[in-house]
Design a protein around this ligand. Sequence first.
Ligand code: NAD
Length: 262
Amino acid sequence: MINLEGKSALVTGSTSGIGLAIATGLADAGANVMLNGFGKLETIEMLRSNLEKTSGHKIRYSPADMRKPSEIKNMISAAQKEYGSVDILINNAGIQHVSPIEDFPTEKWDDILAINLSSAFHTTRHCIAGMKKSGWGRIINIASAHSLVASPYKSAYVAAKHGLVGLTKTVALECAQDGVTVNAISPGYVLTPLVEKQIPDTAKARGISEEAVKRDVLLAAQPTKKFVKVDQITQSTLFLCSDAAENITGINLSIDGGWTAQ
Ligand code: NAD
């Protein structure tokens, strides 16, 4: 069991799906956690207070919009003020849009690049000095199998996720001697709201049924024929935060049922 007592974590996009599972895992392992993301305020407050009760650690929430650098800066300052430091940074917030490139809305391109890629640049640059100073830090960027391979109609997402892995490797090298590791995790398909929302759009773009999208598009890519589970991503995140992983930096860990082995 990994012990993160005394550490503080920030997980972007943690009001749902993978981010919420990782935030819960970090809190249960002993860390204070700042949550972030959108949703109904009452629902988020319920998540926050339940996690605070069950974990016994300080759980806070920031509504910062990952498209806005000034809000990101304020979120990091608030976390540093509240906890004294941000030791673990999980860049997880992400959105998707599925459309042929000739119809791809410009504003969707801008939002996807801002949330899925640029927000990690902004959070990292505001957290890194504190991590270097304390001589310990963990940055984990939640990328995707789409950081390694492409699928049609996902131009912005694929471009952003490939970029996120480039950022991961660069920052890993920059702080390799400072006790700070920087890694990416690249899941295959996980049944979260992000994937459930894109099923109707993919069906429309390909002219097939929603059942056929699940069977012939999503799981067709995964040789195990199983969706990845959020707990599997959480456990790998906890391992990368452990001392056993202090020499693992700059990697892109695939959890994709063999998708990118093909
Ligand atoms: P999700 O839709 O369940 O959660 C996304 C989170 O990001 C939510 O908390 C949402 O509120 C937040 N968010 C969205 N826009 C935001 C913004 N502007 N500012 C702040 N927060 C914002 O999705 P998920 O499936 O849990 O995805 C999480 C991450 O995992 C994403 O980066 C996604 O690309 C990646 N991923 C998901 C899958 C999958 O199959 N679900 C596969 C590979 C990678």
